[in-house]
Design a protein around this ligand. Sequence first.
Ligand code: ZN
Length: 222
Amino acid sequence: MEISEIKQQLTMAAVLHYYGLKPDKHSRLCCPFHEDKSPSMQVYYKTQTAYCFSSNCKTHGKSMDVIDFVMHQENSSKSEAIAKAKEILGVQTEEQSRVLPSTNFLGGMYQYFKNAVHNSKSAKDYLQQRGLDYKKIEVGYNAGQFHHGTRRDEQLIAQCVERGLLLDKGQVSRTGEKAYGIFGKWCIVFALKNKENAIVSLYFRSSISDANNKHYYQSRNL
Ligand SMILES: [Zn+2]
């Protein structure tokens, strides 16, 4: 990971949070790098830098970016600070994946739906009819099989039920397992992504009865 990449991803806010430092509403805080009774340090979120205005400070006169900040905080060399910055980024990524499990869930489901296109002749035929090349565009297909057989995964099923991808109708299948209705079965699936390229919603479009548009699913916020 390049320094520029770290700087792009690691915000000053995340670094301050990591070290338990809280700027006031004017983005000022008591400088952690010298004895500071009134907030001498100013944080600039626009440039992701901080500056200490005290002439008693070893950092005085130098604007600090996230890596400089970590370096002073750790009292380390620059290369050690870079390693530490990566570690902080890792912690942050883990925290995010805990906060946003739905993004991971949708990503996982969409990956499954994308793979399913390759295994489904009817999906491929449908896409071809519409001049869509599944090898070139990102598209998925819900064959309604993802919760069956060896793939039967109770946690996945519970998540799907919770989000309405599987509908619990209180039925039991021939094999004695619980049977589910499937939202968007035989639908072509498109992912709606946010600007961070994370999937925020899946859009299901029926691949059957298309002529009269009877089976048409709106986008679904899961
Ligand atoms: Zn200072």
